[in-house]
Design a protein around this ligand. Sequence first.
Ligand code: FE2
Length: 415
Amino acid sequence: MAHYQRIGNVPPKRHTQHRTPAGALYYEELMGEEGFSSDSSLLYHRGLPSAISDARSWDLGESLVTTPNHPLLPRHLRLHDLFVGDAWQGVDAVTGRRLVLGNGDVRISYVVADTPSPFYRNAMGDECVFVESGSARVETVFGRFDVVSGDYLVIPRATTHRWIPNGAEPLRAYCIEANSHIAPPKRYLSKYGQLLEHAPYCERDLRGPQGPLLAEDAGILPDEAAEVYIKHRGNGPSGITGTIYTHPHNPLDVVGWDGCLYPYAFNVSDFEPITGRVHQPPPVHQVFEGHNFVICNFVPRKVDYHPLSIPVPYYHSNVDSDEIMFYVAGDYEARRGSGIGVGSVSVHPGGHVHGPQPGAYENSVGAEYFDELAVMVDTFRPLELGEAGRAVDDGKYAWSWIGGKNQEQALDGAG
Ligand SMILES: [Fe+2]
């Protein structure tokens, strides 16, 4: 983000002496992207941020291994069939994530959690975590967030943080992990990074961290050793591995920071939809982008108002993309009759023409408003299925466009 923020206690001049009330020096850390050539922040620590006393393996096992989508099929994955019953009890929002889909650019995981996570940083890339339901306090070295249903939390690569679910309802989170950075679409930014007038949201809609947040404010002893789980590149079946560092002091020791690199939250209800007389293509729904993928959201909105408009999408062959839609709330008009509902994920791979289910195309004529909420990830390289995606594939969505007897026969044939 090129939106400058300053929180807590920072010296008037960068790279100069900054001292505690007792006269000791704070330790300055520059956290920056693309070498020293892009956004960065300066953080002031009470302890040496580089001090570690132990490092051991965080065994991710086979959890991030993927299987190609072959034979090539559109698929319906029922995420609410993961963590059924009380299987979310004792699960945390970092180590409990289950991989739904992934490729070399992005991984989509799902988790239902009720337990505080360990401290964590993702050294593979930025994360964009969408809160489907429930709420949580997220404690980061930049400060604290209170996230609720509908929030995206964008967390820059290697930001140390932890998730603490609140209350009786478990946290349901849809986790989009990039191998790159995640940012607002470039076309919505001025050359200096301000969100432009035609963007569907602006800086006022983004929530920065509340802080500073020190260990004692989080109910932790600052001088006690603390573990941080780090996800990073490595050998093994998925090319991703983990390491657990032990720090001699708690990582929540930043008394102040300033700069343009920090985590931020955005609630999907603050996205102002762009509508038109005829059907608007998915880029108007875009909210963020990473390398080789985009994130879009479909929010409740007035729909096409040309007198002869067809409000649901035309059939489309988006030849360079796999389209992954997560249905969060409302009714999804175009998918009526397909079995898709709240908690579903549809996978529409490149190479397959897709569009509304039988009848939906005709039935949408005259509609004025769609009450739907969905989050879409479009990737520019094919996605493969993770273990969670394979576990909750309904096995019959591919045949949902043929209708009637043909569909029944296909389902019989597919078992
Ligand atoms: Fe589509």
